[in-house]
Design a protein around this ligand. Structure first.
Ligand code: ZN
Length: 253
């Protein structure tokens, strides 16, 4: 589930022309996603339904716009086929279990069946939707939002595996970091703790104080317009006094 094994890469290329010409055994349109699979999707109804409604779910919570373009979702039955495919078309992209790649054309998500397949698909598809909607999203927030939406719909609020680790952290008197996350500009610096903290802040802003949710929505709207918006930490600390205490209260069992 952790994004550690996944990668969100921005690459330049003309991949879309190549894929458009290929014919896949399964092709389906799921909202803004054009899904291509090399295996039967008959057993994936639940996941496909979630991907189809992901855009609306994200829009309802974060106020995002309709994506400006379609997103390609490539699903492989076997890891070896997935690896060979990526090696052929994206030889310079580091090998990862699942990928979101954005070049000059539409965004692309790649995943293969196996451990955490559904989590990977939801996680990377969330990145794709965010990047189809916003000019820029800070790395930590991009990952925190993807961690939030990677669990099945009914489990997002109270059954994310990060919940237990955040509660344990808060019990020790520590708190998820915020300003430190904002300083991260390289995915290599996003480790297990950073993913956990990013998720915690996203959960706090979605399910916590109304002012914090409002700050998140305004901040994302400013990201949509491009430029360099005022930091989310500065906005939150102004609007929600005693932020760390409110965070601890928010996650109290
Ligand atoms: Zn990610």
């Amino acid at each position: 589930m952790l994004g550690l094994a996944a990668l969100c890469a921005l690459v330049a290329g003309h991949f879309s022309r190549l894929t458009a010409a290929e014919k896949w055994p399964e092709e389906r349109k799921l909202g803004p996603f054009l899904c291509h699979a090399d295996f039967s999707l008959d057993g994936q109804k639940k996941l496909l339904g979630e991907i189809e409604s992901l855009q609306q779910d994200i829009a309802a919570i974060l106020g995002t716009q309709e994506p400006r373009e379609n997103i390609h979702l490539f699903l492989f039955e076997k890891p070896a086929t997935y690896e060979a495919y990526l090696k052929r078309y994206f030889p310079r992209v580091p090998a990862r279990r699942a990928l979101y790649i954005k070049g000059r054309g539409p965004g692309m998500v790649f995943a293969h069946q196996g451990t955490d397949f559904e989590i990977d698909v939801r996680h990377e598809s969330t990145h794709a939707l965010l990047h189809a909607s916003f000019e820029t999203v800070p790395l930590w927030l991009d990952e925190g939002i993807a961690e939030y939406f990677e669990v099945p719909r009914g489990k997002r609020a109270s059954e994310n595996p990060h919940l237990a680790t955040i509660r344990a952290l808060l019990r020790q008197g520590a708190s998820p970091r915020l300003e430190a996350l904002e300083g991260i500009s390289d995915l290599k610096d996003m480790g297990r703790d950073e993913y956990r903290d990013a998720w915690a802040w996203v959960h706090f802003m979605i399910h916590g104080p109304r002012d914090a949710h409002a700050d998140l929505i305004t901040y994302l709207k400013d990201c949509q317009d491009g430029g360099e918006p005022e930091k989310l930490s500065a906005r939150l600390r102004r609007r929600v006094p005693d932020l760390e205490r409110r965070m601890a209260e928010h996650f109290k069992p």
